[in-house]
Design a protein around this ligand. Structure first.
Ligand code: 13P
Length: 255
């Protein structure tokens, strides 16, 4: 049985007041609801890195069920790399999870597969659970080559996991079709399930993929989340827009 992973990616949004609102929103739930959420899911917020330490202190002092993740990580671990943040620093700041290879990093910042793999390895080395993202552009989906595109993104990830003895370590894959990110046009539960099952079959060539969490991202809302998460291979969600609203995020964590 895979524990669900519900992660909010705030991207370049939010501020300290929003961090406090999220802690308050969960704290105001009845104890039984909080316990039910905690049993079924890891509920993670990925704010910009500057808020991690303070957010973590607030979470600890209020015994919140929230956990923290980083949106990105450096390919380097130390040295003359102005502006970069190492995985060990994110871990020290309270991040238990770290996103690598989000489509916005791959496309807007021209990140390569090789860099994504390095980021994943750095997260593993710092004991930060990697959430590695894959997702096809609309052209591949329309051309019927979405699976081969995703397989090509997965192979460097899976190969590195196998070659570096990481196959037993917990990680997650996020399937975020680019055409569904921020568009309001989510994949259908059937489209997402079909790709998740394919991702599991590819990863199973390199590891025991039964325990691998594969989460869906792309215009997830409280309205479509129930049907998506009812699918056999959808183990949670990576949420952008709807994760900025405490009420909606609480609803998503409670699905
Ligand atoms: P939206 O939920 O806003 O489509 O964003 C998805 C995403 O990119 C999460 O990482």
């Amino acid at each position: 049985m895979r524990k669900r992973l519900i992660a909010g990616n705030w991207k370049l949004n939010g501020n300290w007041a929003l961090c406090e609102q999220f802690v308050d929103a969960f704290a105001s739930l009845p104890a039984a609801s909080l316990e039910a959420i905690k049993q079924q899911a890891d509920v993670v917020i990925c704010p910009t890195a500057v808020y991690l330490s303070r957010f973590d202190a607030l979470i600890q002092s209020t015994s919140s069920i929230l956990q923290l993740g980083a949106q990105d990580v450096s390919t380097e671990s130390q040295g003359a790399y102005t502006g970069e943040i190492a995985a060990s620093m994110l871990a020290e700041s309270g991040a238990g999870f770290g996103i690598a290879g989000h489509s916005e990093r791959r496309h807007r910042f021209a990140e390569t597969d090789q860099q994504v793999v390095q980021k994943m390895q750095n997260l593993f080395a710092a004991n930060v659970l990697p959430i590695v993202c894959v997702g096809e552009p609309i052209e591949q989906r329309e051309a019927g080559s979405a699976e081969s595109f995703i397989e090509a993104q997965l192979l460097p990830i899976a190969t590195a996991v196998a070659e570096h003895g990481l196959a037993e370590r917990p990680m997650a894959i996020a399937y975020e079709p680019i055409w569904a990110v921020g568009t309001g046009k989510s994949a259908t539960p059937e489209q997402a399930q079909s790709m998740h099952a394919f991702i599991r079959s590819v990863m199973a060539r390199f590891m025991d993929a039964d325990s691998l969490r594969i989460i869906y991202g792309g215009s997830v809302t409280p309205e479509n989340a129930t049907a998506l998460m009812a699918m056999a291979d959808i183990d949670g969600a990576l949420i952008g827009g709807a994760s900025l609203d405490p009420e909606q995020f609480v609803a998503l964590a409670s699905v």
